[in-house]
Design a protein around this ligand. Sequence first.
Ligand SMILES: C[S@@+](CC[C@H](N)C(=O)[O-])C[C@H]1O[C@@H](n2cnc3c(N)ncnc32)[C@H](O)[C@@H]1O
Length: 187
Amino acid sequence: MRPSFEYVIKYDKPKIIAEIGVASGDNALDMIMNYPIDYMLLVDNYLPYTDIANNNIVSLEQQNDNLFIMLKKFLPRQYMNKIVFSYISSKEVVKYIPDNFFDYIYIDGSHEYNDAKQDMELWFPKVKNNGYISGHDFNGYYESVTIAVNEFISKNSENGTFINVNNDNDDVRYRSHDWLFKKCIKY
Ligand SMILES: C[S@@+](CC[C@H](N)C(=O)[O-])C[C@H]1O[C@@H](n2cnc3c(N)ncnc32)[C@H](O)[C@@H]1O
């Protein structure tokens, strides 16, 4: 289980969650199999993209394979009635989500700086007060994500708290840390 979700289920009871960037569904399946969620939104457009860490082009054919692998994981399971799949881009689907809706959002979509920054800005209002926004690949391979997260945290220093859920002794070359931010707005 990813460290941010492990922390959140240890100290809270998230019922309504989302993952932005699902790929073959490993993390999503891990969450729903290990914790009794009421509702999970899975957002992935499955379009070709370049993985900027290694300049690897993920083709449309690979994306179709990922989508098929993901669906095969979920379709036969009893908790299918708790999942909504969205195959449009994160910045489009977010327009249809009410503010203050999710207990926990995990951002792991595009790792380009502008996209990562945009995902954080667009999805943060969708988190309930005292809920959590988090994501993958912080302080590791993806400098773009690390910069975007650090900017997000300093911009929102009045709106919540960063929680360190990682082991900083891990070798930086091999780690892909989670980041976790608890929303706490004093109205
Ligand atoms: C690193 S993978 C996700 C891995 C997954 N979270 C896991 O841990 O198992 C990133 C995914 O983000 C998706 N993605 C990239 N840009 C997107 C966008 N604008 N909207 C929705 N999904 C996007 C890609 O299609 C890809 O499948």
